[in-house]
Design a protein around this ligand. Structure first.
Ligand code: PTJ
Length: 253
């Protein structure tokens, strides 16, 4: 990794570090042209959320983990931003779940696909993990979508019953739900179409979510004794944002 100038004592260190990771990923050709714009939108919401995992996000994370652990064919789908920010923890999660990870990008080019697949292979070997990394040879299509964004792998996304798909496009999210899958979305924007369409939406930053999923994997209770309603959970995230805006405005004279 190239030298990163900010000191860990800097109050915005975490945020600056994520930007640094994405700048490097962009230089390697991992990201879509609009990836940094998407990240900036996420950053704005994260600022309002307080750059922390809020209670409703942890509740959604625990439900997501429960569904992933009890799935017949779970799969983790990753795009450019997700691979750069959370690739390592999501590979660890795939290894724990014994499921494949599939590179599936919205702005698909053969070159980006190859760079992302190589990046994941490198992390996999560095960590000594045994995970099937899919995406190189798509052999199925997501019904209801046109063009290259419909491409997927039959043994991965197509056949999955539960899919973890962070930072997903609204159309594709709808198409995956229409296939009857439990679709676990990660999106800092509780108002996005994906957030509203997903079966379980985790309103949290993707690298925090990936770490929480790995850290809670062993401790996860076998039965969840509280019900989960995605609409209610999204309203709780918006309520948190509203309340923090009121708190923030009270400190300005
Ligand atoms: O790699 P590709 O080709 O699949 O493209 C990936 C992007 C993200 C560029 C593409 O899917 C895209 O344009 O996404 P959108 O429609 O801008 O949506 C991205 C959503 O993710 C927005 O609602 C952001 O608020 C949210 N977001 C951005 N960064 C993060 C995030 N959510 C969680 N963690 C983040 N780090």
């Amino acid at each position: 990794m190239k030298e990163f100038a900010a000191d860990p004592s800097h109050p915005r260190y975490d945020s600056l570090f994520k930007r640094h990771i994405l700048e490097e990923a962009a230089e390697k050709g991992m990201l879509a042209g609009s990836a940094l714009i998407a990240h900036g939108r996420g950053e704005a919401y994260d600022y309002l959320i307080g750059e922390q995992t809020i209670d409703c996000a942890m509740r959604a994370t625990k439900h997501a983990l429960y569904h992933l652990k009890h799935a017949k064919n779970p799969v983790i789908s990753v795009n450019g931003n997700t691979t750069a920010l959370a690739g390592e923890d999501l590979l660890k999660l795939a290894s724990m779940l014994n499921c494949p990870i599939e590179v599936n990008i919205f702005y698909r080019t053969p070159k980006r696909m190859q760079v992302l697949l190589n990046h994941l292979e490198e992390i996999k070997h560095k960590n000594g993990l045994s995970v099937e990394i899919l995406g190189a040879s798509p052999d199925a299509r997501i019904p209801g979508l046109e063009g290259p964004r419909a491409k997927c792998c039959h043994s991965g996304i197509f056949s999955s019953d539960v899919i973890l798909v962070p930072l997903e496009d609204g159309d594709r999210c709808e198409a995956l739900v229409a296939m009857g899958k439990t679709v676990i979305v990660v999106d800092l924007n509780p108002l996005s179409r994906s957030a509203k369409t997903g079966s379980i939406t985790i309103v949290d930053e993707v690298s925090r979510v990936a770490k929480n999923l790995v850290d809670n994997f062993e401790a996860q209770e076998e039965k969840l004794d509280f019900p989960f309603d995605n609409d209610i959970n999204l309203r709780l995230a918006l309520k948190h944002i509203n309340e923090s805006l009121i708190d923030l405005s009270s400190i300005i004279d």
